[in-house]
Every structure is written in C-alpha cells, then in structure tokens.
Design a protein around this ligand. Structure first.
Ligand code: ATP
Ligand code: MG
Length: 227
C-alpha cells in the first residue's frame, strides 16, 4: 500500500486573545493515510480534531511540520494550485456543513463540479443521483434553511462526493443523523472505498464507526497515537 496523505511533525498554536502566550493544539505529531484505507480520529471535544482536519486538507497552514500528498508538500503550492488540488482530489464534509444558503440542495451539490468546469447537465444528473442515493430526491429544490439537520448533512456529504475525490475528509458526518441514515451514509462511504478506491479520514465520536475503520488514532494533548 502507498501513502496518499501524510502529516509529518505537525505543530499548531493559536494566539491567546490577550496576545501574550499561546495555546498549543497539535505538538510535533504525525499521521499517515494509506491509499484505499479508512482512518478515524477520536478524541475529547476541543482536543484539536477539526484543526487537524483543516491542516491536512490544505485549509490551514501548520506552524511547523509538513503535509504531503503523494510525497509532495502541499503548502509549497501557490494559492491557486492548492485550491485546484482541494477541488479535484479532496471531498470535505465539515462539522458545520457550510452549505451555501442562497442555493438549493441540488445546486449546492453541483457546485464543486461546476467550479471544475463540468457541464451543467452532467453535474445536475450526478447530483440528482447522489440525492437519490441518500434517499432525499424530493428535497432537490429546497434551500438549506428548508432542510432538517440530517438532510443538510446528507447534502453536504453528496457535495463532497461530487468530484469523485481520492480522499474524503469528514468531520463528524453522522453527528446529526438517526440510526437508519447513519447506516446509509456509512454504507455509501464503505462502498465507495471498494468501488472507487477512495480513502477516508473520519472524525467521529461513535465507537462502532471507529471500529469499522482500518486505523483508529486518538488525539490527546497535542499528540496522535494509533489505538
Ligand atoms: N482560530 C482559533 N483561534 C484560537 N483558538 C482556536 C481556534 N480554532 C480552534 N481553537 C482552539 O483550539 C482547540 C481545538 O479546537 P478544535 O475545533 O480543533 O477541537 P475539536 O477536537 O474539533 O473539538 P470538537 O470535538 O468539539 O469539535 C480548542 O480549544 C479551540 O478553542
Ligand atoms: Mg471539531
């Protein structure tokens, strides 16, 4: 197996409001994601899981350390190349879904493909198929405020899958879902991994989800350790 994404010796600090001193969230810690694997990160609230996901996903530069994609340091790329890399290779599901409020569900899902230059017709077809997979084809024309929390989360997941990413970075993707939809979503994720060789990094509090993954990392006091 080859490593698709690696965070090497990552340190991240946040300045205190007062300006003196800082909070060290990640301290000289490393993680590797093998191609086609499912990796979960668990840890207490506030320990730095979302911060780690943003750093690994090219959204927030660490204070020290390197993030490598196929052995290339991503933060050495220009801003434009980094944005293109994220659009093409990664699918994000944020903890707070970040759907665009002025667009409908189907438009939100289509967005990454349109940015990528795909035709509107193809993007629409694929987005509708994804809505169907998630069991909410009837919500295509709803705006985010007209969707339930769990529906919003499924739309966010569909959006992350739109460009057939190599790696999905998902922050508590089942946090708002009932048992049935948690199962649907997990099945979709695990199917993708076998069908399309997608790798998955999942932050979760749910033990039974973590147990289905290949590697579980625990984040505590700035350090990751494999469980
Ligand atoms: N921009 C920021 N400026 C200052 N402090 C921050 C910033 N972002 C996060 N933090 C702090 O860093 C710590 C880690 O935050 P993070 O969001 O990564 O935690 P988390 O593990 O995802 O928590 P949860 O499980 O509650 O989502 C928290 O104590 C938070 O207050
Ligand atoms: Mg978080």
């Amino acid at each position: 197996m080859s490593t698709i994404l690696e965070g090497r010796d990552i340190t991240k600090r946040f300045a205190n409001e007062s300006g003196n001193g800082s909070l060290t969230v990640l301290e000289d810690t490393s993680i590797a994601i093998e191609k086609g694997s499912v990796v979960t990160v668990v840890g207490a609230s506030g320990c730095g899981k979302s911060t780690l996901l943003h750093i690994l996903g090219g959204l927030d530069k660490p204070d020290a350390g390197t993030v490598l994609w196929d052995e290339e340091p991503i933060y050495d790329m220009s801003k434009e190349s980094l944005a293109e890399f994220r659009n093409k290779k990664l699918g994000f599901v944020f903890q707070f879904h970040h759907l665009l409020p002025e667009f409908t569900a189907v438009e939100n899902i289509m967005m990454p493909a349109l940015i990528h230059g795909e035709s509107e017709e193809d993007a629409h077809d694929r987005a509708m198929n994804l809505l169907e997979d998630f069991g909410i084809p009837g919500r295509a024309e709803h705006r985010p405020t007209q969707l339930s929390g769990g529906e919003q989360q499924r739309v966010a997941m569909a959006r992350a899958l739109m460009n057939k990413p190599d790696l999905i970075l998902a922050d508590e993707p089942t946090g708002n879902l009932d048992e049935k939809n948690t199962e649907i979503l997990l099945k979709l994720l695990f199917d993708l991994r076998t069908k399309e060789d997608v790798s998955i990094l999942l932050i979760t509090h749910e033990k039974d989800i973590a147990e289905r993954s290949d590697i579980i990392y625990e984040l505590s006091k700035g350090k990751l350790s494999a469980l």
